[in-house]
Write a protein that binds this ligand. Structure first.
Ligand code: ADP
Ligand code: MG
Length: 684
């Protein structure tokens, strides 16, 4: 069997299994070998029921002692199953997963993992994860691989296939890491690593194998990103902007408020870059509401005052038009022409904007993705700003900067990027942090409740509407669906518009609406004509309506922590006390932890770090949304040390062979292309 053979060459794999493997992204023998386990079962830590520790996570094997039951309590379904082994009994409880009643078979043996607690005199395990125990789990050591499966595939079958592949493969996996690097960082060879990641011969071998594969993955990623950057991060001198005397008070006068100390510090960082012959490549990271836009305005003023154009790209139409309004207000004070270019403009308006951008008449340009289209040319672009950069791919950012001749670059983000991910994404980017909110802001009071509180919540909201404030209600989906058990925007509006909120104006906003409809709704909300805005996460980024003081989020368990934090950041933008209410009926451990941290802190950085920690190994950080390939094995939280090592290795390598043209690096260059091809396909 060869690496490039189709999976049907593997023993016991016919058309049906090949299709299942395809669903898992596995087409060839090599693919299946590179399908790494999601986690491992550490057999030495499997307990018996009498050994279970209360208020801690435990793994144990047990049989289902009685047929499971479903009990209906209000709108909730509770599934209960009695589990037993030779040392005792324990009750397992799941919420709103009624199908488990039939999935768990009496008399069958499973392995369970979950938190055990004491209820009255008995012990109970809540929402444990479980897996059917195969009669024979493959694997010689105490560490047994557990794979992410697709429907119809079992651990046992997949393990069998991988085992048989390993036994029958007639060639070695190619080694693409240069020997020098392997020696220096003491990495085992690739063939050894792949064999031992599936069926480790011993614990030591497993750790050696994993270390190599984690290093490899992070190294490839960073080498690729550094290469990317070299394209526009040319080493020659940057554009030199003129200093503006008293830039701080000059801007403050136009803005109508005083900068915070943190904002002033960032503006001076920017000045040091752009006025001194450096090429700026700076990430401005600041929590929601910290005032990044005002900093962007100061930077743009420096560019325009020196005769260059400045551009800011925003991820949504709504945000772009909001920016247009505020930039216009600011630049009007200096008689500088501001121009908007977005997809929703009429053809004529668009043509006019494109013309003004090309002729240099427009100095400050605001826009959406429309800016990176081929027909948009700038007169003399000096500064490129990307707002909410996490919404853009690496490519899109690069495309925009390529419209200038080595312009200064500034990217802004409100989604705090955990330190480790920032290292990957921006290895050699300078970072400025706005770590202070404008004065008068208050902590947003956050509460997590279950859906039985609905009536009380609505009363609470009405009280605030009556006081002249506004509210957001966010639902995870637009329309009700059989396959997703979650509150939908349209359903909720039906429920409340004629009842609880019959005396108030309720608006709707979601991604399927046309751009001008969206803009109209946002404008009405901003003007206070709409009091309650029921929406999907389209309002997540950037929207600024200081009079809104309540953010209610339905099915909060469906959102990531950083997303919840972003949503919450839509309120608390004025001087009034603001509230965030998270509604969830999920009792899962991770959800509970997430709600706890949301209630405890308003600090986006703390939240982002916790997010990373809470995602178990295997369920790796959402790198895709940053325009990077999905990580298959590295855990950015656990593997921070390896990350650092691989980063310096990548730097060193590129210093010696910038274009990866040397023979010894040929396989590596090929591999990088392959790694990024999955990202290219989805259009980032
Ligand atoms: P973000 O960093 O989330 O993009 P914005 O730039 O939208 O935040 O700013 C949020 C709000 O705070 C805006 O209404 C802005 O005018 C206001 N703001 C920004 N800086 C200050 C400041 N130093 N003092 C008072 N208000 C400020
Ligand atoms: Mg913003």
């Amino acid at each position: 069997m060869r690496l490039s053979d189709p999976v049907t060459k593997i023993k016991n794999v016919g058309a049906a299994r090949a299709r299942m493997l395809q669903n898992m992204g596995i087409f060839t023998v090599e693919d299946i070998l590179e399908f790494f386990p999601r986690r491992y079962e550490d057999r030495s830590e499997v307990k018996t029921i009498d050994e279970l520790e209360e208020n801690a996570e435990n793994t144990f094997k047990a049989v289902i002692a009685k047929t499971p039951e479903n009990v209906h309590v209000r709108k909730m379904v509770i599934t209960r199953a009695e589990l037993a082994d030779e040392t005792g009994h324990i009750m397992a409880v799941w919420y709103n997963q009624g199908y488990l009643k039939n999935a768990l078979k009496m008399g069958e043996k499973y392995i369970f993992t979950g938190t055990v607690s004491r209820k009255y005199s008995r012990i109970e395990i809540t929402s444990p994860e479980f897996e059917k125990l195969d009669s024979e789990i493959l694997g010689a050591g105490r560490i047994v691989p557990v794979y992410a499966l697709t429907k119809g595939m079992s651990q046992k079958v997949l393990r069998g296939m991988i085992k048989s592949t390993i036994e029958n493969i007639s060639e070695q996996l190619p080694e693409f890491l240069p020997k020098k690097i392997r020696m220096e960082y003491k990495l085992c060879d690739r063939n050894f690593a792949i064999m031992n990641i599936h069926f480790p011969e011993s614990d030591d071998k497993f750790f050696i194998a994993r270390h190599r594969l984690v290093f490899e993955e992070l190294f490839l990623l960073q080498t690729a990103l550094f290469k990317f950057k070299q394209n526009y991060n040319k080493p020659d001198v940057g554009l030199v902007f003129k200093k503006i005397n008293n830039i701080i008070p000059v801007c403050e006068k136009a803005l109508g408020f005083s900068f915070t100390t943190a904002q002033k510090k960032v503006i001076s960082d920017i000045e040091k870059d752009v006025c001194c012959g450096n090429t700026m490549n700076r990430l401005v990271q600041g929590d929601v509401g910290s005032g990044k836009t005002a900093v962007a305005m100061a930077a743009a003023l420096l560019a325009i005052n020196s005769g260059y154009q400045a551009v800011i790209m925003a991820p949504t139409e709504v945000l772009a038009s909001q920016h247009y309004e505020s930039f216009k207000q600011f630049f009007d004070c200096f008689n500088i022409e501001v121009c908007l270019l977005s997809g929703s403009l009429k053809k004529k308006e668009k043509d006019l904007a494109i013309e003004k951008i090309a002729s240099g008449q427009a100095k400050m340009i605001i826009g959406t993705h429309a800016l990176i289209q081929k027909n948009v040319e700038f007169f003399n672009l000096g500064l490129v700003i990307t707002d909410e950069q996490h919404r853009f791919g690496v490519r899109q950012r690069t495309l925009l900067s390529e419209k200038g001749n080595n312009p200064h670059i500034m990217v802004m983000t409100a989604t705090p990027i955990p330190r480790t991910l920032a290292i990957i994404l921006y290895g050699d980017l300078d970072i400025s942090i706005i770590d202070e909110l404008p004065p008068g802001r208050q902590k947003i009071d956050t509460r997590a409740v279950n859906s039985t509180y609905n009536h009380r919540i609505y009363t609470f909201i009405r009280k605030h509407l009556d006081a002249g404030h506004q509210a957001y209600i966010v639902c995870p989906i637009i329309e009700e669906s059989d396959s997703i058990d979650a509150k939908a925007v349209m359903t909720l509006v039906d429920e409340i518009a004629g009842t609880e909120f019959r005396d108030y104006s309720v608006g709707i906003l979601h991604g399927k609406m046309k751009n001008d409809e969206k803009n109209k709704v946002m404008t009405e909300f901003a003007e206070g004509k709409i009091q309650v805005l029921v929406s999907t996460t389209v309002i997540e980024v950037g929207i600024n309506v200081p009079n809104a003081t309540i953010m209610l989020i339905e099915n909060a368990e469906r959102f990531g922590l950083s997303q919840l934090h972003q949503l919450r950041g839509r309120v608390g933008r004025g001087k009034d006390a603001s509230y965030c209410i998270l509604v969830t009926d999920s009792k899962g451990k991770v959800t509970r932890e997430r709600m706890k941290i949301m209630q405890k802190t308003n600090d986006g950085f703390e939240i982002a770090e916790t997010d990373l920690k809470l995602r178990g190994p295997g369920e790796f950080f959402g790198t895709m949304q940053h325009g990077l390939p999905q990580l298959k094995i590295a855990n950015l939280y656990k593997d921070a040390q390896t990350l650092k090592e691989s980063q310096s290795a990548a730097r060193k390598l590129l210093k010696e062979d910038r274009e990866l043209k040397k023979d010894e690096n040929a396989l590596l260059a090929e591999r990088i292309v392959k790694m990024f091809s999955s990202v290219e396909k989805i259009g980032i």
